[in-house]
Design a protein around this ligand. Structure first.
Ligand code: FAD
Length: 317
């Protein structure tokens, strides 16, 4: 079932999760353990992230370093297929522009279509870690909006090869990312919203937000989106803070603020366990307020913290 149908038919706030594929070489069992714990809360759908290649430099044995390309967390499509099959649940692979030519993207979408996966979350992706800025493939999509256009074209039976005729129409429901605290590359919030609107006008049916720790940021983002004419559902993305170092890591990686009150609570904590409890309690309060405000779905970034998500879900759902 499509995400948009879940959202339209829901009579209450839905629960959904995002999981990361395991590190290369690890077992899929870790994913099943997460699912076995969280399935009791009846997730409406499960997102599976996509991780682009990185460069590592290894000793070449002659005093020089050799550059290698590695993908640390492969398996997005395989996990989606395995979870759909094992749990009869809707899975949403993330598809990114980075590292993909349009042809690669088309082939990946054909795989998903054949697997019966008809939801996708479309993203640009970040720059390769060792590169300062995002560089698309020479014949790839530069912005998520272009990726949305490509998928919409396939939904309309328009593939890249103009000579193809009588082609299969795909049937993807498209989600995109939104940033309550602005995407870090955007000059300002207004421009960011106008680019978000372009993604929606191109065919995105719903938005999932970057994590935030202050609900006011989400509420004013939704208001600004509505004022800008963006009318699709906006799903809040949440993550419980779980370590002291995340006070710096999360703002650094995700370009978000940690509220002063939460920061002070974490700094006062006497143990790792206490910090985890503070993070969970904060996320429960956020979730309850968002739920009371009637958000369509609460989407949790699990990031390997299944016990914390379970503790939150058991208080909220
Ligand atoms: P875009 O919408 O393309 O925007 C990128 C930047 O370009 C923004 O600053 C935007 O304002 C600007 N922009 C857009 N259009 C134009 C234009 N026409 N002209 C000029 N500027 C423009 N990353 C992964 O690698 N894998 C994942 O699985 C993944 N999942 C994510 C899930 C969620 C819910 C979120 C919020 C993020 C996720 N990301 C993931 C991170 C995401 O790829 C990065 O935040 C990336 O930097 C931006 O992606 P986007 O799709 O928002 O890009």
């Amino acid at each position: 079932m499509k995400v948009i149908q879940h959202l339209e038919e829901a009579k209450r706030t839905l629960f959904s999760i995002e999981i990361l594929p395991p590190l290369k070489g690890d077992n899929i069992q870790e994913i099943y353990t997460t699912m076995n714990e969280l399935i009791q809360f009846e997730p409406a759908f499960v997102d599976v992230t996509y991780h682009r290649e990185e460069y590592v430099f290894r000793d070449a044995g002659n005093g020089l370093l050799k550059k290698h390309t590695v993908r640390k967390r492969p398996g997005t499509v395989g996990i989606c297929a395995a979870l759909s099959n094992k749990y009869q649940i809707d899975t949403i692979p993330h598809i990114i522009c980075g590292g993909f030519s349009k042809q690669d993207t088309e082939d990946a979408l054909i795989d998903l279509h054949f697997l019966g996966i008809d939801n996708v979350l479309l993203l640009r992706g970040d720059a390769i870690k060792s590169e300062g800025r995002f560089v698309p493939e020479p014949d790839g999509n530069r912005y998520a909006k272009e990726l949305v256009q490509q998928v919409v074209n396939m939904n309309n039976g328009k593939y890249l090869d103009p000579d193809l005729s009588n082609v299969q129409h795909t049937n993807f429901c498209i989600g995109v990312a939104g940033y309550p605290e602005k995407h870090f590359e955007s000059p300002n919030q207004q421009m960011d919203l106008s680019y978000l609107k372009q993604k929606v006008d191109a065919g995105a049916e719903y938005i999932v937000t970057q994590m935030f720790f202050d609900n006011k940021k989400y509420f004013s983002f939704v208001e600004a989106c509505r004022t800008a004419g963006i009318t699709v559902p906006i799903i809040p993305g949440l993550k419980p803070l779980s370590t002291l170092s995340q006070l710096n890591i999360l703002p650094h990686h995700f370009h978000i603020d940690i509220p002063q009150e939460l920061t002070e609570q974490v700094l006062r904590a006497k143990s790792k366990e206490e910090i985890q409890e503070i993070g969970i309690a904060w996320c429960i309060e956020q979730s309850k307020e968002l739920k009371a405000a009637g958000v369509p779905c609460l989407h949790y970034y699990t990031m390997g913290k299944v016990k914390a998500i379970s503790a939150i879900a058991s208080c909220v759902f």
